[in-house]
Design a protein around this ligand. Structure first.
Ligand SMILES: [Zn+2]
Length: 220
């Protein structure tokens, strides 16, 4: 991997650490266009109380803002933008990246629970109509560091034992994967996807609502 990529991934890992320091699932990313950082995201889910504020979504919004400010066509900019992200984009983000027609994603570790670039679904390369363009992935780049940051986070969250259900990026017993394969195939059901996130937030903030009959929970 070239020196520039090394530098970008360093910055993405720094964003992940910033997320860690702010009590967020530590994922960080950069959007790089013509050697310039247009977007710099980290998870902001807890802070914003918005389950869709993943690092990639934050960075996509920044790129859109930049395009607006510089009077650039977002389609042209995204077509020449590379995403560097510490963890494999989830299904939601992979779908967003497809829609934005980003050509290349360089990522660190796999996201065994929610990965949309092969781990759970193959949003990145699937032949899907009316959902943007497939994109290329370079996986496993500085994966160990990305995993270490995640492990630190989950140890803080849950020092006495198991990682919480949705948070477990490493569990080989991949129930959600089976669930998706069996039930959902390639339908991008946002509400199903977001269920575990809501559950986690409800646990964390004590705001319970009617999610106990979630099909995801029944699967487990
Ligand atoms: Zn995501």
């Amino acid at each position: 991997m070239e020196a520039a990529a090394e530098r970008w991934m360093d910055r993405a890992l720094r964003m992940a650490k910033e997320a860690l320091e702010n009590g967020e699932v530590p994922v960080g990313c950069l959007m790089v266009y013509n050697n310039e950082i247009l977007g710099k995201g980290r998870n902001e889910v807890n802070e914003t109380k918005n389950a869709t504020r993943h690092a990639e979504m934050v960075a996509i919004d920044q790129v859109l803002d930049w395009c607006h400010q510089h009077d650039k066509d977002p389609a042209e900019v995204f077509a020449h933008t590379v995403l560097y992200v510490t963890v494999e984009p989830c299904i939601m983000c992979a779908a967003a990246l497809r829609l934005m027609k980003i050509p290349l994603v360089v990522y660190g570790c796999q996201n065994e629970r929610f990965g949309g670039c092969g781990s759970v679904l193959n949003i990145s390369s699937a032949n899907l109509t009316d959902t943007g363009e497939p994109f290329q992935c370079i996986a496993g780049y500085r994966a160990e560091e990305a995993v270490d940051i995640l492990k630190t986070f989950y140890r803080q969250e849950n020092p006495n034992g198991k990682f919480p259900f949705f948070c477990n990026y490493f569990n080989p017993n991949n129930k959600l994967k089976e669930f998706w394969n069996r039930r959902c195939h390639l339908s991008l059901s946002m509400s199903f996807f977001l269920h575990p996130y809501w559950q986690h937030r409800n646990q964390k903030y004590g705001k319970r609502n009617a999610i106990s009959d979630s099909p995801l929970l029944m699967e487990n």
